[in-house]
Every structure is written in C-alpha cells, then in structure tokens.
Write a new protein. Sequence first.
Length: 131
Amino acid sequence: PQLMEPAARQDWPAVEAILQAAYKNMQKETKLVTEMIVVLDRNGITRARAPSIGERRFDFSNYAPAKIVFTQKRKAQATLYFKGTKIFMVLAPLLQKDNVIGAVALVFPANALEKQWHVSEKEFLSIDLNQ
C-alpha cells in the first residue's frame, strides 16, 4: 500500500526510500531474504531497487512475465540469469483503480529457495500465484 501513491505520481525517490526501509526490515525479520526488490514503471523500466544500484535501469517491457503482469494484470514468476547466476523472480502488478501503474518484483537466489525451502525450479514455476 505504501508504494501505490508515490508510484502513481512517479515519485521514484520516495519509492526508493520505501524499498530501502522494507528491505532492511526483511533482513531483520525473515529467514529467506530476497536478493532484491525492484519496482518497474508502467512501461516496464526499473525505477527503484533495494539494495540500491544507483541510476542503472533495466527494460523488462519485452520480457514474457512482465507482459503477463502489464496486460493481464496477473502475478507471474520466472527463472532468470543475472550476472551468470540463476535467480527466481515473482512479479506482481501495482494496481490503482484497476489500472496498472507499475509492478513490483521480488528476486530470490535460486540456491536459497532450493536449499532453505526445498523448492525446485519446476515447483517454483508451477505455483499458481493468482489463486
């Protein structure tokens, strides 16, 4: 809920601050910490990330799970390779009055899900996140 208003206004510094605080809380309170939290704008471009990487932007607009999120307004998950490392991503739309104003992604290292939670790639990809 905290992300909705600043994301709708495209106030990316405010979104970044919210992500940084949420990431710190996750590190303190959970056993499985995401590798990163990312917010995409309505065009599929990264606008905020925790931990921060500065102004570097990635374009997810042509990425199949992002297309599901932006066109069907549904959550999606995928396996990606980032810097040569397999990661698992869960992507969800940020909706305001049934309009997609962006998306939020939680990214987990594959080995963390596999070793800590005993979830294989096949199991991860078969989870229905929209129930």
